[in-house]
Design a binder for this molecule. Structure first.
Ligand code: COI
Length: 381
């Protein structure tokens, strides 16, 4: 893939600035109104790209007009799904400042996913520069309405045309941006989830902790079955005993029983959610009792029966903090908090969103404002 360049470069104010060649679109697209935004349906004017070649490392970082890839039909990723991605968001505060939420943590997770999929690690500084350069160039696409954000999807795919099963020798890193509204049609209203004891998402030792394409492909069948029964997503139970909560389709899971906030531990089969980490931190800041421990579906059912099942919610970058109003399991329906958003769920949602939009103090330094733009026309341009 070679893109024409029009002579602009981006120089980040980071500690090891790398000039990034910029080719601007000649045909900017119309931007949707904030009110019309859904999740993942529209994309901004530009994309970031970088190549990896064995023996040369990651090279040729550049920004180009958003456009389709041309891939050889034998490209490894199309056959064996050697691909990882992450998802983070940029928010526009009421003061107009655009802030990224926990960029460094997302980059760390992207590299952990790379390692699990035998993909060469990325230079975190360069990935951060890809975020800064692309979001700065497409800054006008960052929506302002509360509940909207610019979703950022950094992705790495195996690019070598080769049908043998082994790590590829070439890769493409790309970053695309999508202005988004709520992930769920329910918005921030409670969703309904179905615990499945038939299908499993991941086993310990598998790829469950990595954000890799195959995990999502493998989840679709059960998700469709759940939808047919009127549920929003699947609640995965552990793959060995079909007993312990793992995670929900696109979220980590948390439950409040009595005064205890419980979430499954990072045992290797679930994703180390960045929102999960943020919400646990807020709960601990507030002095709540927080347990990262195995929790069985039987414990949840027993708590529902004795009236101590107080709240149930999911956490994720796309889903933010999503209340769960109903849990289905083996033909039973458990309604949580009368099917309404619980007070702690609401408080957590409000707290994290206020930090993301720069409206509340950010004691943990989770948000970073975009650095001052350094888009320069080169002498060659
Ligand atoms: C995210 O929350 O960023 C995710 O990656 C979920 C996505 C698969 C929709």
């Amino acid at each position: 893939m070679v893109f024409d360049r029009d002579g602009y470069i981006w120089i980040d104010s980071g500690s090891r600035p790398t000039p990034i060649a910029i080719s601007k679109t000649q045909a900017p697209k119309p931007r949707p109104a904030d009110d019309e935004l859904q999740f993942g349906t529209v994309f901004t004017d530009h994309m970031f790209l970088m190549d990896y070649t064995e023996g040369k490392g990651w090279h040729d970082p550049r920004v180009a007009p958003y456009q389709p890839f041309s891939l050889d039909p034998a490209t490894a990723v199309l056959h064996y799904a050697q691909a990882v991605f992450d998802g983070l968001k940029a928010f526009r505060g009421s003061d107009g400042t655009v802030r990224l939420f926990r960029a460094a943590k997302h980059i760390e997770r992207l590299n952990n996913s790379c390692e699990r999929l035998c993909i060469p690690r990325l230079d975190p500084e360069l990935v951060l520069q890809s975020f800064h350069s692309l979001v700065s160039l497409d800054k006008a696409w960052v929506p302002a309405k509360r509940g909207t954000a610019l979703y950022m999807r950094p992705t790495v795919i195996a690019a070598e045309p080769f049908l043998g099963v082994r790590p590829a020798k070439t890769y493409i890193y790309f970053l695309i941006l999508s202005p988004v509204g709520s992930y769920y049609a329910e918005g921030i209203n409670p969703v309904r989830i179905l615990a499945t004891d038939t299908y499993v998402r991941a086993v310990k030792g598998g790829t469950g902790a990595a954000k890799t394409a195959g995990n999502y492909a493998a989840s679709i069948f059960a998700a469709e079955e759940a939808k047919k029964q009127g549920y929003t997503q699947v609640l995965w139970l552990d793959a060995v005993e079909h007993k312990y909560l793992d995670e929900v389709g696109t979220m980590n899971i948390m439950v409040k029983i009595g005064d205890e906030v419980i979430t499954p531990p990072l045992s290797g089969s679930i994703l180390a959610g960045v929102t999960r980490d943020s919400i646990l931190t807020l709960c601990r800041d507030w002095g709540l009792t927080v347990s990262e421990r195995p929790i069985s579906i039987d414990e949840v059912i027993a708590a529902a029966a004795d009236g101590t099942l107080a709240e149930f919610w999911g956490t994720g970058t796309a889903a933010v903090v999503s209340p769960i109003g109903e849990l289905g399991y083996k033909g039973h329906k458990i309604v949580i908090n009368g099917g309404k958003t619980g007070p702690l769920t609401q408080k957590l949602y409000d707290a994290i969103v206020s930090i993301q939009y720069g409206e509340a103090a950010d004691p943990h330094g989770w948000t970073t404002a975009l650095p001052a733009a350094r888009l320069t026309k080169t002498a060659a341009g």
